[in-house]
Design a protein around this ligand. Structure first.
Ligand code: ADA
Length: 557
């Protein structure tokens, strides 16, 4: 499965995933070729539980003419070959990419994807970390058979006009693969009405962005957490009256704004009760099936939460589709965890970070559930060089998307020199767990500092991580560390104190489920897991689950 709805009615597409592919490890002696299910992570194949290296995935497909191969996520570097010829490469596990092949002869073709998940300097965002960097084709793959001109993507931007009516502008990216300039018409169908954009000029061999402004939608219903109403839009390209391509997407009517120290959704202040979540599930690695994602979200809602933070990378679009449908607010984060000044100075870091941000926003812009873009979790925000990167990345977000705020989760306390840059000041705190301070002391300290020297005066203030660890099934009346009792007691104090702290606009618990960590982290992470989940890696609730539920459900702000 690629999305929760059909994205084309006219264009011929075929999902190449949800099928068995050949898998051959290239850095393992006498490796046998396996038949493996794609999408998947190779750490779930027997004998490859800790494999760091390169591997070849292969399948065949039938097509003729121009094709686009769309990969929703390959972890973490991919080289894509068709019939033995290299057509594209991509770095970045968590964002989609496309490879175009023109003029294919009819018949069967060989698709080979050479995947690398090694920790190398040139892969600056991946290194041994407090989560697992899995390997493999971990998200879906689609084959599109396209005509000479096809739609790459559409963006829907909504705002209320001066008469209080919702209007949308549509950005349509159209690729003309041909060697001649073209003129076409485009039909945009939305809420039962079709608007035609006549005479769009498409210069040869390039992508052109066409913008249609101000389509008014009468009686539009807002996307709300309590009523997540979605609208579908279809774009059809017409060449001399004949439809040659179509593209369908969906969006919602909702606004996000920062007003003084408040976060407003649809002009109403919102209080965030959220969980941080890694894409990780025992037995599946990061390639969770849609059923598992859906179950996670139902548990998250059952806990009384209204939001998920996609730590520490952009998520699968199926997950975002589910959040759109279930009315869950998403802090979507670019890929970075604890990249300190030294690593930020890598010649690859800034360009690779910006590529992930660009791909994240380009591909996820229409999701109404995403209310904020996050970057650079706990990175070098105390250094001058770090500040240059934070500023460049916030500027990139602002250039691409003016409709959502941005932020980043910091743990640098009084040393942080970047708090004037984000729209919201966001902090990760671990009172009673890593620190002796109470949550109230910690909150007061950070908040007061932000109002002065910290340069975050008057901005919304949010807690992006708070939590404590427990090993599922370890009970201890003495409440020793790692017992479920100890975790529950700490979380109760943390959440209640944060909820009582007036200036704070919300909190995210670290974290929803236990996750596997890189083996280099095992010494401080019992069972090689980050055990701060409210449920374990099999989604078995720990004692804290019911306490979180009682507290979250009791917060009525
Ligand atoms: C940090 C970090 C998380 C996780 C957490 C912890 O705040 O952002 O990824 O590592 O600490 O468990 O200590």
């Amino acid at each position: 499965m690629i999305r929760l709805f059909e994205t084309h009615h006219i264009r011929k597409t075929k999902e190449l995933s949800e099928a068995l592919w050949s898998f051959t490890a290239l850095d393992k002696e006498d490796a046998e070729t396996l038949k493996v299910y794609v999408p998947s992570c190779w750490e779930t194949y027997p004998g490859y539980e800790n494999y760091k290296g390169t591997a070849m995935y292969e399948t065949t497909f039938e097509a003729k003419g121009n094709i686009v191969l769309e990969f929703k996520g390959v972890s973490h570097y991919a080289k894509v070959y068709v019939d033995g010829k290299l057509y594209g490469t991509h770095y970045g596990s968590y964002t989609p990419f496309q490879v175009v092949v023109t003029g294919l002869d009819g018949g069967e073709h060989q698709l080979s994807v050479d995947v690398d998940n090694r920790y190398l300097d040139k892969y600056s965002l991946d290194f041994p970390n407090d989560y697992m960097s899995y390997g493999g084709i971990s998200r879906g793959v689609v084959l599109h058979e396209v005509s000479e001109c096809y739609v790459e993507r559409i963006w829907m931007t909504q705002k209320k006009n001066k008469d209080g009516k919702w209007e949308v502008s549509t950005d349509i990216w159209v690729n003309n693969l041909g060697t001649e300039d073209k003129t076409i018409d485009i039909d945009v169908t939305l809420a039962g009405k079709t608007h035609t954009i006549k005479g769009c000029q498409l210069p040869k061999e390039t992508t052109t962005k066409i913008t249609e402004g101000r389509i008014v939608v009468e009686d539009a219903i807002c996307w709300e957490v309590t009523n997540p109403k979605l609208y579908y839009v279809t774009v059809a390209l017409k060449d001399n009256g004949k439809i040659i391509d179509d593209y369908r997407d969906r969006f919602g009517f909702r606004t996000v704004a920062v007003l003084g120290d408040k976060l407003l959704i649809n002009d109403e202040p919102v209080y965030i009760k959220g969980v941080c979540r890694h894409e990780d599930y025992s037995g599946f690695g990061c390639a969770l099936p849609a059923e598992a994602m859906s179950r996670d979200l139902h548990m998250i809602k059952d806990m009384g939460a209204n939001s998920v933070r996609t730590t520490h990378y952009p998520n699968n679009e199926i997950f975002l589709d589910l959040c759109d449908e279930l009315g869950i607010l998403v802090w979507e984060e670019s890929h970075a965890r604890a990249i300190e000044e030294d690593r930020m100075k890598s010649p690859y870091f800034e360009s690779q970070s910006e590529e992930v941000i660009e791909e994240m926003i380009l591909n996820h812009y229409n999701h109404p559930s995403i209310y904020i873009w996050g970057i650079l979790n706990e990175c070098g925000s105390e250094s001058e060089h770090g500040r240059v990167c934070y500023e460049a990345q916030y500027n990139l977000i602002r250039r691409m998307d003016k409709s959502r705020p941005h932020s980043s989760a910091s743990c640098k306390f009084d040393a942080d020199i970047c708090q004037d840059l984000p729209d919201i000041c966001s902090w990760n705190i671990y009172p009673y767990w890593y620190d002796a301070d109470t949550a109230t002391e910690k909150l007061n300290h950070v908040y007061q500092w932000l109002q002065g020297e910290g340069n975050g005066k008057g901005k919304p203030f949010m807690i992006t991580e708070v939590g404590a660890g427990a090993i599922y099934g370890f009970h201890d009346y003495a409440r020793d560390k790692w017992s479920e009792e100890y975790q529950r007691d700490i979380l109760e104090k943390q959440l209640q104190e944060i909820a009582a702290f007036e200036p704070c606009i919300g909190m995210y618990i670290w974290q929803f489920s236990d996750v596997r960590v890189a083996k280099e982290w095992a010494i401080t992470r019992p069972k090689s897991r980050n055990n701060k989940g409210i449920v374990d890696e099999f989604r078995r609730p720990k004692l804290a689950y019911d306490s979180v539920k009682a507290i979250f459900r009791g917060i009525n702000k």
